[in-house]
Design a protein around this ligand. Structure first.
Ligand code: HEM
Length: 254
């Protein structure tokens, strides 16, 4: 094994498995020993204006990027071909979706980073691990955008589904192909390496709030606001508590 090969095995085989192990064990550890710290440690009370601009852009952009990664990296090319999706249509769609994600994530992260650096109160609530995570995010996202916009949209283009995706799926089937990822341009390799480092750090950051997204908001009953003007007169059997959407006012109290 020559020196370069050893380096590639470290980056493309050992690092992914170490990162995945730290990711899983780290979450279990955090949940068991720091359950009260399992939060985004919201700083909304310190500054609202920039947060209300940056947070939605960053979150929707990241969601779109995650969906794009899941499709491009985990779904084999033969499946989309079998479904009748021509390569040209797939490539055009992924350029549009990838560029949209890239623009949203970059603007969102820029606003959030400026907010964190410029507001004294938000900066005081930012730990060293937050800055490390932000630095890694910038490196990873900068390279990801370089890949999508610089390489695939404005540049010569590169079909990463023939190399990077094969290596990625090999990690989950315990047969990662170093030669496949090594055949990809360096920017893809460094982007993926940064992503593993970020995933290893993830369980120890405020990003754990990702798993606590309030999806149940979609099915919860409406929030009832009542004026405190005068006495509230309740009909017989009516309760003051929550009512499930669609129930009559005399329905059971929740
Ligand atoms: C090992 C894991 C990862 C691999 C192999 C990977 C690979 C890729 C590839 C191949 C692209 C180009 C997609 C295209 O042009 O159609 C890309 C773009 C991008 N990546 Fe990653 N990525 C990984 C993890 C991440 C993570 C954790 C993030 C964090 C949010 C991220 C953020 C981005 C962004 C923002 C783009 C540009 C927008 C887009 O195309 O979605 N990547 N990545």
């Amino acid at each position: 094994m020559n020196a370069q090969h050893a380096w590639q095995v470290a980056a493309f085989v050992i690092l992914p498995y170490v990162a995945l192990t730290v990711f899983v064990v780290g979450h279990v550890w955090r949940y068991r020993f720091d359950r009260f710290g399992w939060t985004s440690r919201s700083s909304q009370l310190y500054e609202r204006r920039l947060l209300l601009i940056g947070a939605p852009l960053f979150h929707y952009g990241t969601l779109l990027a995650i969906l794009g990664h899941a499709t491009g990296l985990l779904v084999p090319k033969s499946w989309t071909t079998a479904l009748g999706v021509p390569e040209s249509a797939y490539s055009a769609f992924s350029k549009v979706a990838g560029t949209t994600a890239a623009v949203l994530v970059v603007i969102g992260l820029a606003v959030l980073t400026v907010r964190r650096a410029r507001s004294d109160r938000v900066r005081a609530a930012t730990s060293r691990i937050d800055w490390l995570a932000i630095g890694l995010l910038w490196a990873m996202i900068g390279l990801g955008v370089g890949v999508t916009v610089g390489y695939n949209v404005l540049g010569p283009g590169y079909d990463y589904r023939e190399t990077v995706s094969l290596w990625m799926r090999g990690i989950f089937t315990l047969s990662p192909s170093v030669s496949d990822i090594s055949a990809a341009p360096w920017i893809f390799q460094v982007h993926a390496t940064m992503a593993w480092l970020f995933l290893a750090l993830f369980p120890f950051t405020r990003f754990v709030h990702f798993w606590s997204a309030p999806v149940w908001y979609l099915t919860r009953p409406f929030v009832l606001y009542r004026r405190r003007r005068g006495e509230v007169v309740l009909s017989p059997g009516e309760s003051r508590g929550w009512r499930t959407f669609g129930r009559s006012s005399a329905g059971p109290r929740l």
